[in-house]
Design a protein around this ligand. Structure first.
Ligand code: GDP
Length: 296
């Protein structure tokens, strides 16, 4: 791996030439570079601290101090730790349920839930050959219901109507009933978001989870959210048994450190990445490839 970080560490090691051996303080200098790289990528501070502590513990063993190429050895440890935190390979959507397999979409307003619901519908229709129904439980924003209708049509999915005077729970039950009667394979449930975490929102989505018993509960989070991603992720993890994460807006100029933060906090695999506003802008997430991007 020839990243900017490797180059920095190699430079540090060159500066140490002439010294008899690598010392603990040299390792500290190198760890500082790793810390900077993670912070520049917008990984949340508490996650960076834990990460560095784990790397340090390993680095102070013989692996680095005794190595002929200490810079590379340290980068090796950093990569191993990243891989262990991010998870290996790719994790596809689980549809192993009595049809309709219900997928519940959770996240803050603006995270990209509605867009992702349609993108996912398209993915399931085209790649998994499924018959997909979408429904919106966002009774606070009539525009959000209309938005889902529009994007569902673009995705080729059927949309189940809902209105602001209904209770989200009733909407969910009606959609579920309709999906069963019409032999849908998948029911995608878009939910209301708020600009910040609030108790009512959390209670509402918990109720929806109980009523729907989804096979997937996906937490949709904006990669540009940076440091705040950690608080949002913690709140949703406490409220819901998350089965996966969708990281949106990875086409922005962030290095995507939110991926590491959210993964570390929730323990749930990142299943997809949003890479454009368009309906086909969804990619299966490759954790290993992304680890390289975080290090820069
Ligand atoms: P919601 O409030 O969580 O349902 O969020 P929306 O689906 O309405 O998305 C909010 C904004 O983010 C919209 O302008 C979307 O077009 C945009 N958006 C969503 N996902 C992506 C993405 O992956 N990349 C980019 N560039 N924009 C996105």
């Amino acid at each position: 791996m020839a990243s900017a970080l490797t180059e920095k560490l190699t430079r540090l090691v060159k500066e140490m030439r002439g010294q008899a051996r690598i010392t603990e303080s040299n390792v500290q200098d190198m760890l500082r570079e790793v810390r900077m790289a993670l912070l520049e990528a917008d990984v949340a501070l508490p996650v960076v601290r834990d990460f560095i502590a784990r790397v340090k513990e390993k680095a102070l063993g013989q692996e680095v101090l005794g190595s002929l190429k200490p810079g590379q050895a340290l980068v090796g440890i950093v990569n191993q730790e990243l891989a262990a935190t991010m998870g290996e390979g790719v994790a596809d959507i689980n549809l192993a349920a009595q049809p309709p397999a219900v997928i519940l979409m959770a996240g803050l307003q603006g995270a990209g839930k509605t867009t992702t619901t349609a993108k996912l519908a398209k993915h399931l229709i085209e790649k998994r050959k499924k018959k997909v129904l979408t429904v919106s439980g966002d009774v606070y924003r009539p525009a959000a219901i209309e938005q889902l209708k529009t994007v569902s049509r673009q995705a080729g999915a059927e949309w189940f109507p809902s209105t602001p005077d209904q209770k989200p729970r009733d909407i969910a039950l009606a959609a579920l009933d309709y999906a069963k009667k019409h032999y849908f394979d998948v029911l995608l449930v878009d939910t209301a978001g708020r600009l910040a975490i609030d108790e009512l929102l959390m209670q509402e989505i918990k109720d929806l989870h109980t009523v729907l018993n989804p096979v997937e509960t996906l937490f949709v989070v904006d990669a540009m959210q940076g440091q705040d991603a950690v608080n949002t992720a913690r709140a949703f993890k406490e409220a819901l048994p998350l089965t996966g994460i969708v990281l949106t807006k990875l086409d922005g100029d962030s290095r995507g450190g939110a991926a590491l933060s959210v993964r570390a906090i929730t323990g749930a695999p990142i299943k997809f990445a949003g890479v454009s506003e368009k309906i086909d802008g969804l990619e299966v997430f490759d954790a290993q490839r992304h680890a390289g991007r975080i290090l820069g």
